[in-house]
Ligand binder design. Structure first.
Ligand code: NDP
Length: 287
């Protein structure tokens, strides 16, 4: 008697996603979303799209009308993306920056910002930090600080201080987010006269060029967590400064990167992927 063989179920065309940036070839997002798709059994492809700022609007709309269902947005397009979309989630509206776009069939472009929640998930779930009543210092006042500040304030810290070379930019952030909790702007020079901080986040881009932000070593409380948002660089000058100053714990931004990607993936696909294996695969020892 003939054996009955079940033919593999026909698989449709994969759904298309990707990341837009300029430059973008350094992005780890295709690897991360590829691993998520595998573990969550999702039929999708994820590509890199290098788009010049002058062409951002036209090319992004072309991708969407060409069938792309969702995009991550990285430097330098996060603010332009907030202006392009038809609707913003409340957290994207607060940050005035979009790092995730979803395209709906009724032609609505919806923009979200998952950077803040990615950072908080990494701090709370992966690193077991309770932000309530803590003194928190953010170095830098760019797009990443803009996403992080309201997310941190929502956790009830005792104080959030933003230090930046261009003090005017730090003051702007304080003005924008003052209604969400205790936040102040400070120059690097004035920082050395202040109390120490339980959590110091380096949201400057200094580590990419091997530089140290001009933070005094006195800003780290004993046992403080020093967190560099940069990833893939090992022990950055900022983390080395924190270690030498007696900071108890060091972390880089790989957990935030993977958690913000998981949030975007869950929003697009309705399935929350597990992140532990992806973080482990991408982690570099901080020595
Ligand atoms: P922006 O370009 O918007 O801001 C850069 C900030 O860095 C500014 O505040 C700037 O200060 C400061 N800065 C640059 N060089 C120095 C330096 N040598 N010393 C002191 N301050 C300096 O960048 P983003 O905010 O978007 O990104 C910042 C960092 O966060 C990047 O390294 C990025 O890779 C990382 N990031 C990580 C994410 C993750 O998931 N792990 C997500 C998003 C960002 P000034 O205004 O005075 O010029």
């Amino acid at each position: 008697m003939a054996r009955v063989v079940n033919l593999p179920q026909e698989v449709g065309e994969p759904d298309q996603y990707g990341v837009v940036g300029h430059p973008v070839e350094h992005s780890w997002s295709p690897f991360i979303h590829g691993m998520f798709a595998k573990v969550a059994a999702q039929n999708l492809v994820y590509r890199l799209f290098d788009i010049h700022p002058d062409d951002f609007r036209r090319e992004t709309l072309r991708l969407m009308t060409g069938g792309v269902r969702g995009l991550n947005v990285t430097l330098p397009h996060k603010q332009a993306a907030a202006e392009l979309v038809n609707e913003l989630t409340p957290r994207a509206a607060r940050a005035q920056a979009v790092n995730t776009i979803a395209f709906f069939e009724n032609t609505t472009l919806l923009g979200d910002n998952t950077d803040g929640v990615g950072l908080i998930t990494d701090l709370e779930q992966n690193l077991q930090i309770d932000l309530a009543d803590k003194r928190v210092l953010i170095l830098g006042a760019g797009g990443a600080a803009r996403g992080a500040a309201p997310a941190i304030l929502a956790r009830g810290p005792a104080q959030l201080t933003i230090a930046n070379r261009d003090l005017g930019k730090a003051r702007q952030l304080v003005e924008t987010f003052a209604r969400f909790g205790p936040i102040e702007a400070m120059s690097y020079a004035y920082l050395s006269t202040q109390n120490r901080y339980d959590l110091v986040l380096n949201s400057t881009s200094a580590s990419w060029s091997g530089e140290t932000p001009p933070a005094p070593s006195a800003c780290f409380a004993p046992g403080a967590l020093a967190y560099d948002l940069v990833y893939g660089k090992g022990l950055t000058p900022f983390l080395a400064l924190a270690r030498d100053a007696g900071s108890g714990r060091l972390a880089d931004g790989v957990g935030m990167l993977v958690e913000q990607a998981a949030e975007a993936f869950a929003w697009w696909r309705g399935v929350r992927p597990s992140t532990n294996a992806v973080i482990a695969a991408l982690s570099i020892p901080l020595v």
